[in-house]
Design a protein around this ligand. Structure first.
Ligand code: AHR
Length: 526
């Protein structure tokens, strides 16, 4: 059972074998699904920034200020709400002053986490803000708590957001930008328990108080400060933050995104890794057993979200503090022959189904979860686009983000399913159908994922509470689970019209092909 299934107002009737029956209450809108659940993450890692987003002004590729325009156009079509930068682990050894001013005068540094390569700092604060402006995305800046100073972070906030003639505002003007930028999202630290400093939760909570205190609101710019959180199901970390940040934790999420306290949210990270760390498994070459193990890992997120939310509920029952999953996605072995430190992996239909399952869980936790960022947008881990020189392909995951856009800032609808089969045991156990729905104005969007590797499934939804017009559907499917897009075959996995949709006597019937993701749009009438 999923959380949505448990919270439904109505109980669906069991249907004939092979049919999953459900109830969708069209007139019981729930919490808003923040568009920021569809956020992104770009780190100085492998070819995400350099070669992916940024090719330099002298590149023969169409660019604006060095930023690759084909990638920008592709991502703009997703209406990406926010972009987290510069890391990740990289953030905790990044010193922002090295990335401003004339490029030829910027110092170099060693990117010790990712490939041990020399970083030339040609993509820095101004380039990142220009990228966000081109994308129409809000910046989410991740500050260096691991090896940086409180002063450094305090000055970065001032540099970006202060309008008057303060020292940092003056420096920004000297570097060519007169007006401050509105930047509300600030992450103070990243994985402090690991690459971000190897700290204990108690130590980080104290340090976070200090960094939070000196990250100031300048003028009208209100910061939404995010404390760096747990790995996976480390509820002790979340509890320590909830206790340790104490009165510094204040409201914001869903209530104008700012509040009285210093911190408005705590984060956590969750990756879908099908195998042990030393052999995570190939992105494209996997058998059915490994496929199910991957989807099992993806479905574990639902329980982990519930676990963190329960800890937060105990300290913040009115849900003023947001939960942010600022890194999620599949993590496989790198593609053969590529730099192990660059985390470049292909992206198959399996990745798309992982994304579908995650979004259903996000929607079901919309009361507490206010932001999520997939890792990472271009050329790294579960990417939206992959580039190879001047070629660019859209991944199956990209299409899930595109098809789910109607959920941005929509109100979740209760959707209950009955008769969902499950398969396997233990580490490969998977519920075979996942779904969620939302409503915005007179539009309803239903998302459905069939995880069955072997066969189609019929879903029959009893629509209650309102009349709707004819349904229109799209499906993302392919004959092979391992199907993926390449420059030679860019459309091996792409959305197509969903055939066989029926609306009869208030029942919507959807035929989902084996291992597929689908969306159905309905228009409310009257
Ligand atoms: O996304 C890759 C890395 O995963 C990030 O840098 C780090 O925060 C996490 O461990």
């Amino acid at each position: 059972m999923t959380a949505t299934q448990e919270t439904s107002a109505a109980t669906p009737e069991a249907g004939p074998a092979g049919t999953v029956r459900g109830v969708l209450d069209l007139d019981l809108p729930g919490p808003t699904i923040s568009r920021h659940l569809y956020g992104h993450f770009a780190e100085h890692l492998g070819r995400c920034i350099y070669g992916g987003f940024f090719v330099g002004e002298d590149s023969p590729l169409p660019n604006e200020g060095g930023i690759r325009l084909d990638v920008v156009e592709a991502l703009k079509a997703l209406s990406i709400p926010n972009l987290r930068w510069p890391g990740g682990c990289f953030a905790d050894e990044y010193h922002w002053r090295d990335g401003v001013g004339p490029r030829e005068q910027r110092p170099t540094m060693v990117n010790s986490h990712w490939g041990d390569v020399v970083e030339d700092n040609s993509f820095g604060t101004h380039e990142f803000m220009a990228l966000c402006e081109l994308l129409g995305a809000e910046p989410y800046v991740s500050a260096n708590v691991g090896s940086g100073t409180v002063k450094e972070t305090s000055e970065w906030v001032e540099y970006l957001t202060r309008a008057d003639d303060s020292p940092m505002a003056r420096l920004r003007r000297e570097n060519g930008r007169d007006e401050p930028w509105p930047v509300r999202f600030w992450g103070l630290g990243n994985e402090p328990w690991g690459c971000g400093g190897g700290m204990r939760a108690e130590f980080y909570a104290d340090l976070a108080r200090q960094f939070g205190t000196y990250s100031r609101n300048h003028g009208e710019n209100r910061l939404y400060r995010i404390a760096a959180g747990a790995a996976d199901a480390d509820y002790h970390w979340t509890e320590t933050l909830m206790k340790g940040l104490g009165h510094q934790l204040g409201g914001g999420a869903g209530r104008g995104w700012h509040g009285s306290g210093t911190y408005q949210a705590v984060s956590f990270h969750y990756y879908t890794v099908p195998g042990p760390w030393e052999h995570k498994g190939s992105a494209t070459s996997f058998d059915t057993e490994e496929y199910y193990r991957t989807l099992h890992e993806a479905q574990r997120l639902r329980g982990i979200l519930a676990g963190h939310a329960a800890v937060m509920d105990a300290y913040d029952p009115e849900r003023h503090v947001g939960l942010v999953l600022d890194e999620w996605g599949t993590w496989f072995d790198v593609e053969p022959g590529t730099n192990p430190g660059f985390l470049f992996q292909q992206n198959t239909l399996r990745d798309a189904l992982v994304a579908g399952v995650h979004f259903d869980a996000f929607h079901d936790h919309a009361e507490r979860l206010v932001m999520a960022n997939i890792a990472q947008t271009v050329n790294v881990l579960q990417a939206m686009v992959l580039t190879d020189g001047d070629a660019m392909v859209l991944t199956p995951t990209y299409h899930v983000f595109a098809m789910n856009q109607g959920h941005h800032d929509a109100q979740r609808l209760p959707l209950a399913l009955r008769g969902v089969g499950s398969r396997g045991e233990g580490e490969t156990q998977v519920e075979l159908v996942s779904a969620s729905a939302s409503r915005k104005d007179d539009g309803v969007l239903v998302s459905l994922t069939n995880l069955d590797a072997d066969g189609p499934v019929t879903v029959a939804l009893d629509l209650r509470g309102a009349a709707v017009g004819d349904p229109v559907g799209q499906v993302l499917a392919a004959p092979d689970l391992r199907a993926h897009n390449t420059p030679e075959s860019p459309d091996a996995v792409r959305p197509a019209p969903l055939e066989g949709l029926r609306l009869e006597d208030g029942t919507l019937t959807v035929e989902l092909p084996a291992h597929s993701f689908a969306t159905v749009r309905l228009t409310l009438q009257g």
